[in-house]
Design a protein around this ligand. Structure first.
Ligand code: BTN
Length: 236
């Protein structure tokens, strides 16, 4: 299968354009922009997307629609595998699906469902800080250039991540989603027994990781076990 690459100098958001192009896109097609004017992240947060970063989306048309979380995991694993092949140490998934270098965020993934008649299609958007500047008001973000001192070829990085994602996608189409889940679990930097910050409305507390699930984390604090959401934790 030959996937198409639609590339642009500047658009609003690769996820939004992918949704608008759904009638013409084929499974595995890529929409790439050098700059996004309305890049968005999880929870509708603004995703700062200047030139120099890697901002793209991949379109999938599943034969049978099931839990789309596997696409996010698949893409997180694909990014991690490629960055590790580039010999960038300290790269891992901050649960559930952020790309981190040690305690700083390098990239994120935003999976959205496209309602297309009675069908459901999927857009997986990936944002990676590569050679770009970082927003001044964000303290725990970094870029590949900052980590390594080198500039990266965006087109090469994109193609490597895309082909890694399609290799992993074969497991999804063959009904072997557990392979993706296991790879994802092994790339997560949060491990059982690790101490983390718990961000409660009443203030920050410390807890210990007891178990890691796809959508929640079980932590122990003062002898009491509880479930927390991704937005409620930070590295210590
Ligand atoms: C996150 O909040 O961590 C997810 C960020 C995802 C950003 C990417 S950049 C390409 C694609 N287009 C968007 O508007 N968002 C995603």
């Amino acid at each position: 299968m030959i996937e198409h690459l639609y590339s642009y100098d500047e658009i609003d958001s690769t996820n939004e354009l992918t949704k608008r192009m759904k009638d013409i896109l084929k499974n595995g097609d890529i929409v790439w922009a050098l700059k996004q004017t309305s890049g968005h992240g999880k929870g509708d947060r603004i995703w700062y997307s200047p030139e120099g970063g890697l901002w793209f989306s991949i379109f999938f048309r599943p034969a049978t629609f099931r839990d789309p979380n596997v696409y996010t995991k698949m893409m997180a694993v694909a990014v991690i595998r490629v960055l590790r092949k580039f010999k960038i140490d300290g790269i891992g998934i901050k649960w559930p699906n952020d790309i981190y270098h040690e305690k700083e965020k390098v990239g994120g993934i935003l999976t959205e469902i496209i309602h297309h008649g009675d069908k459901r299609e999927i857009v997986v958007g990936v944002g990676i800080n590569v050679n770009n500047d970082l927003p001044e008001d964000v303290s725990n973000a970094t870029s590949l250039k900052k980590i390594t001192g080198k500039e990266f070829d965006l087109s090469h990085l994109l193609r490597r991540i895309h082909s890694e994602a399609l290799v992993l996608h074969n497991f999804v189409t063959k009904g072997q989603r557990n392979v993706i889940t296991n790879l994802w679990r092994n790339s997560i930097v949060l491990k059982k027994g690790m101490k983390i910050k718990l961000l409660y409305p009443s203030g920050v507390q410390t807890g210990t990781v007891i178990n890691v699930f796809s959508d929640s984390l079980v932590v122990e604090r003062n002898g009491i076990k509880e479930r927390v959401k991704p937005s409620e934790i930070e590295f210590l």
